[in-house]
Structure formats: structure tokens, C-alpha cells
Write a protein that binds this ligand. Structure first.
Ligand SMILES: Nc1ncnc2c1ncn2[C@@H]1O[C@H](COP(=O)(O)OP(=O)(O)O)[C@@H](O)[C@H]1O
Ligand SMILES: [Mg+2]
Length: 587
């Protein structure tokens, strides 16, 4: 179970129950067909008994033919009812899995991106697809529903048996406690095997995810043989466990169960012969029992093995609840004033990454006048990107405050805040769609109206995307493949930049956006920033002095703190961190 704020989180179960509540009609049909099927299946032994005990002794041939016809037809009716049940089961399963998948996805959209890595991307994909499918389409509709139908069947079977012979029923029921004992004995072992299997499966998923992210690295460093070995090792491991589990279930457990069934069947037959000889029952009753017994035992078997599925269900529910229990970001409600460039203030902001010795950011204070252009420099790992992550609310300060015009940024609606403050991070991934759709994301090409087209034209002009797209044969419809493999680093940077310009932001944060640009393009983009200067607050993290030569002032970050501030000239004359970076050509 997962607890959150003292409350148990079982949203997976709640979601399932809610869908079940809204699917009364489907549930009604499933129950109706189940009930009818179990009654129909019970008719056959009754007809046999009557045929042998009543009709044949009286030599009523017409009635006998009629009975035989019925006996032949009944399995057809039974099969038809079963397929109707299967249809509705399938319907219900699909409904459940769709609902759960949408809920999980919606939840994932609201959490912090870094939380994804707590579970792992591969594993989340596995949970969202195959595990939800197993839970809803196999375990809920088949296993749970099989409990319902088996209980119906059991009750009707017992009823028929009791009407035929109380004593024989009693003997046949000896198997019940025996099955109970066997199932209890093997439960722990089953759970252990399942646990092992799921762990190995999870490892495989993570490995595959990692493998495909590093596909190129494998080729770059000739890792094919090593990866093949790892994959074979994983397969051997998975195969080993699955074989153990198979042997255990299908051979050990089933063999023991079948042995018990045969023994008890033998006892029932022997006892019924005795009853026939002492004229307590007729041969028809024995015949009916011969048909009933295998059915009774298969009901027992499924009832006592269903716990295997229930345990697996519990594991999956736990996995899904783990996703649901990931904390959502507090959304906030204030709307920023898009007509105004705000004053940005950082007051004693501290953030430390958990479990790391790195300082992150500590007691960081900075005042940024509306419309100023601030260059941020510092050695790698100094905490520059962390600063932007905090201002864009991908991280929350552990102490201190970040304010826009005096209002704590956590009070703003997060979606509006992220339009108001545009951020181009150091590492971003492109979608496998056209250049146009990457720039106007999350809008689609079909949604391009006049105002969007105007914004788009302005953005591609400012970011100098137009310069290289105009010469491409498909222009803006050019497809981006595998995160931009068909584009140069500088072209990707410019596309990302155009995307940040789309929302008409009032604060612009660019993290090392010139690192992959040639001197020509950089100089063009410097002109762009110069054009924006005064109209938008610009914060630029840079490793090149040329990128921030137009800045009003430069902030030098060292070890999560501000080491120096001033214009490039002032900083150079200070002979401090900036000067030493400059001398060592680190900037
Ligand atoms: N997600 C993270 N988890 C743990 N530590 C991190 C994470 N991101 C960054 N760090 C650490 O925090 C420090 C500051 O990182 P960052 O702000 O990215 O530095 P910069 O952008 O100045 O190079 C570094 O020591 C880095 O290793
Ligand atoms: Mg960085």
C-alpha cells in the first residue's frame, strides 16, 4: 500500500470501481449469461439421470430421443452463452483499461519531469501499456469474473448433487479441505516466483530503454558484442525463472491436484457402487456423478488457483498506485500581467539536490530590473542551470523566495507562468514531426490561424530559423528524425529558440544556446537579443564572452553563490573568478 499524507492511495482500485459502477448494463449481461450458462450446464447430468433411471426402464423411446436431442443441443447453447459472456467481458476490459490509461497519463502530465526517473521510463511505459492491459483485460474481467461464475456454478452443482444423493455429495466434498490445504501450502512459493519474475521483467525494460537511448554509442564504441552478451544473459535469467514457475505450476501443483482428484473420484465411484448394490441409488445417479465430478473439481481448481492471479493483480495495482502517488505540482491561480515586463527578485534562494554533495544553489539573492540583459557565467557545475530550473518552477526552492513584481512565483498559475517566462534549457529533445510543428508546439499545423502565423513568422525571423529553412526542399514541413539527426547542432538550437519566442514572453532565459553555433549565426542572434533588449528581461547563461558582450551586467556564479557582478570590463579589472576564467580561456 502507498500512503500519502496519512491517506492510503488506491486510485487504481477507485478508478476500476468507478468504471464498474458506470457499466451496470454490461455487468448485468455478464451476470445474466453466467448464471444461465451455469444452469444450462447442470441440466445435462440431470437429463442423463432421468434418462437412465426413469425413461429407459419404462421403455419410453420417443421421450428418450427427445432427451438425447436435448443432451446434444445443450453444449451448443452453453457455448453460445459463453461466447456472449466473453464478448461483454472483452467490452468491460477494454473500457477499464482505456479509463485507467487515460487517468495515469493525465497524472503523469502533472508531475515533475525528474520524478519520472524514480520509476524509470521503460518501466512506466510497461506499466501504462502491458500491465494495465493485464490487470483490466485479464485479471479483472477473467479472474475476478471467474470467481463470480465459479461460485454460481458451484452452488448450482451442489444443489443438483444434493437432490440426487446427499451421501455421495458429502464424499465428493472431501476434496474441498484438501484443495484448501494444497493452495495454502503453495501460496508463498508462488508469490516468491512471481516477485522474481516481475523484478527481472523490470530490469529488462530498463535495459532496453537504456539500450535504445545509447544505440549510437553502441556503434561508436563497437559495443555490439557486449550488448548481445547482456541481452542473452537477461533472456537466460528470465527464461530460468519462467521455467521454474512453469514447472512449479503445471507439474508440481497440477500433478498433486490431479492425484487428489483421482483418489477422491475413485472413492466416490466405489461408494456409489456400494449404494447401488444396497439399492439406495440407481445407476443413472452414478452416471450423473461421472459427468458432474470433473466439473466440480475444475471449479475447485480454478477457485483455489485464482489467488495466483489475485496476487499478480495486487502487484500491478501497487505499481499503478506508485504512479498515482507521485506528487503533482501545485498549480497556483494568479495570472501574470502580459502587458508588463516584471521585476525579478531572488531572495536567499537555496536548493540542494538530494543525496548529492553538490551545493546546488545556496542563499542566492539577485534583483533584475525589468528589461535588463543579464549574462550569467561560471564554471561547469556552478549551479547556473539550477537557477533557471527554479525560476521556471521545475524545482522548488527549499528556502527563500523567487518573486515577480513582489509576488512569489508559486502563486501564479504554472502554465501561464511558463508562457510569461520562456526558458530554453541546455538539453531539449525534439519531436519526430515537422520543423513547423516543433516550433508551434503544442499547437498542430491544422490550428494555424492568422495570429499564430504572425507569431510564427516573427519567431522564425528573430531566431534566424528562416535562413536555413528557406533552402530546404520541404521548407517548414521538413521532418525532424531521431531528435534532430538530420539537422546540425546550430540548426537545432535555432529551432528551439524560435519555440521560446512563440509565446511573446516577458522574461527570456537561454541556457548556453550559442554553444553549437558558428560565429556568423551567433553574431546574428546577438543582434536579435540586442533588438529585444529593454523590451524583455533577458537572462543568458554563456560560456563565450561574445554571447554576452551586450549584457547590462554579468553575474559570475561559483559554487551556488554569486561571486562577482559587473560589466565585462569591471570584472576583468577585478582579477577575480571572471578574470581567471578569461585567462584560462574558459570564457
Ligand atoms: N538532477 C540532478 N540531480 C542531482 N544533482 C544535480 C542534478 N542536476 C544538477 N546537479 C548537480 O548540481 C550542480 C549544479 O548543476 P547545474 O546547475 O546544472 O550546473 P551548471 O549549469 O552551472 O553547469 C552540479 O554539481 C550537478 O552535478
Ligand atoms: Mg548548465
Amino acid at each position: 500500500m502507498i500512503y500519502q499524507g496519512g491517506e492510503m492511495v488506491n486510485q487504481a482500485r477507485d478508478a476500476i470501481l468507478e468504471v464498474l459502477k458506470n457499466s451496470k448494463k454490461v455487468l448485468f449481461f455478464i451476470l445474466l449469461f453466467n448464471l444461465t450458462a451455469s444452469l444450462v450446464s447442470m441440466l445435462q447430468p440431470v437429463l442423463f439421470k432421468d434418462l437412465f433411471d426413469q425413461i429407459l426402464p419404462k421403455k419410453q423411446i420417443d421421450t428418450a430421443i427427445y432427451y438425447i436431442l436435448l443432451i446434444v443441443l445443450l453444449p451448443v447453447v452453453f457455448a453460445a452463452l459463453n461466447s456472449a459472456t466473453a464478448y461483454y467481458n472483452n467490452e468491460l476490459g477494454k473500457r477499464l483499461s482505456k479509463d485507467l490509461r487515460v487517468r495515469l497519463f493525465s497524472h503523469l502530465l502533472e508531475i515533475r519531469p525528474k520524478q519520472i526517473d524514480q520509476i524509470g521510463r521503460g518501466e512506466i511505459i510497461n506499466r501504462l501499456t502491458s500491465q494495465v492491459g493485464m490487470l483490466c483485460e485479464v485479471f479483472v474481467v477473467e479472474s475476478v469474473m471467474s470467481i463470480v461464475s465459479n461460485i454460481f456454478l458451484l452452488l448450482s452443482t451442489l444443489w443438483i448433487m444434493l437432490t440426487m444423493s446427499f451421501e455421495l455429495t458429502l464424499v465428493a466434498m472431501i476434496s474441498f479441505p484438501v484443495f484448501m490445504y494444497i493452495s495454502k501450502r503453495f501460496r508463498n512459493k508462488t508469490e516468491k516466483l512471481d516477485d522474481m519474475y516481475y523484478t527481472v521483467l523490470e530490469q529488462g525494460m530498463s535495459y532496453l530503454k537504456d539500450f535504445f537511448s545509447n544505440f549510437k554509442t553502441v556503434h561508436l564504441f563497437n559495443g555490439q558484442e557486449a550488448e548481445k552478451k547482456r541481452w542473452i544473459e537477461w533472456n537466460d535469467q528470465a527464461w530460468g525463472i519462467s521455467r521454474k514457475s512453469h514447472v512449479f505450476h503445471n507439474m508440481t501443483v497440477n500433478l498433486i491436484a490431479d492425484l487428489v482428484i483421482s483418489l477422491i473420484t475413485g472413492i466416490v465411484y466405489g461408494y456409489s457402487l456400494y449404494l447401488i448394490l444396497s439399492d439406495k441409488i440407481l445407476a443413472g445417479t452414478l452416471l450423473a456423478f461421472i459427468i458432474i465430478l470433473p466439473r466440480l473439481y475444475s471449479i475447485f481448481k480454478s477457485l483455489f488457483t485464482v489467488h495466483v492471479d489475485l496476487t499478480r493483480m495486487k502487484v500491478i495495482m501497487g505499481n499503478l498506485n506508485e504512479i498515482f502517488s507521485m506528487e503533482r505540482i501545485e498549480c497556483g491561480h494568479l495570472l501574470p500581467d502580459f502587458n508588463k515586463v516584471p521585476r525579478l527578485e531572488l531572495r536567499n534562494v537555496t536548493y540542494r539536490y538530494s543525496g548529492e554533495n553538490s551545493p546546488g544553489i545556496s542563499k542566492f539573492s539577485l534583483d533584475v530590473e525589468p528589461g535588463s540583459f543579464v549574462g550569467i557565467v561560471g564554471l561547469s557545475g556552478a549551479g547556473k542551470s539550477t537557477l533557471f530550473e527554479l525560476i521556471h518552477r521545475h524545482l522548488e526552492p527549499q528556502s527563500g523566495e523567487i518573486r515577480l513584481d513582489g509576488i512569489n512565483i508559486s502563486e501564479f498559475n504554472i502554465h501561464e507562468l511558463r508562457k510569461y517566462v520562456a526558458y530554453n534549457p541546455q538539453k531539449t529533445v525534439l519531436w519526430s514531426s515537422s520543423i513547423l510543428e516543433n516550433i508551434i508546439y503544442p499547437k498542430k499545423k491544422e490550428e494555424m490561424d492568422e495570429s499564430l502565423t504572425r507569431k510564427f513568422n516573427a519567431a522564425v525571423e528573430l531566431s534566424h530559423v528562416r535562413d536555413f529553412v528557406e533552402v530546404l526542399p520541404d521548407k517548414y514541413d521538413t521532418k525532424i528524425v531521431s531528435n534532430g539527426e538530420n539537422l546540425s547542432g546550430g540548426e537545432i538550437q535555432r529551432i528551439l529558440l524560435a519555440r521560446t519566442f512563440m509565446n511573446d514572453p516577458k522574461i527570456l532565459m537561454l541556457d548556453e544556446y550559442t554553444s553549437a553555433l558558428d560565429a556568423m549565426t551567433e553574431s546574428c542572434l546577438n543582434d536579435t537579443l540586442l533588438k529585444l533588449k529593454g523590451k524583455v528581461t533577458i537572462l543568458v547563461i554563456a560560456h563565450r564572452l561574445s554571447t554576452i558582450k551586450n549584457a547590462d551586467y554579468i553575474v559570475v556564479v561559483d559554487n551556488g553563490k554569486i561571486a562577482e557582478t559587473g560589466s565585462p570590463e569591471e570584472l576583468l579589472s577585478m582579477h577575480g573568478v571572471f578574470r581567471s576564467m578569461y585567462d584560462k580561456q574558459k570564457i
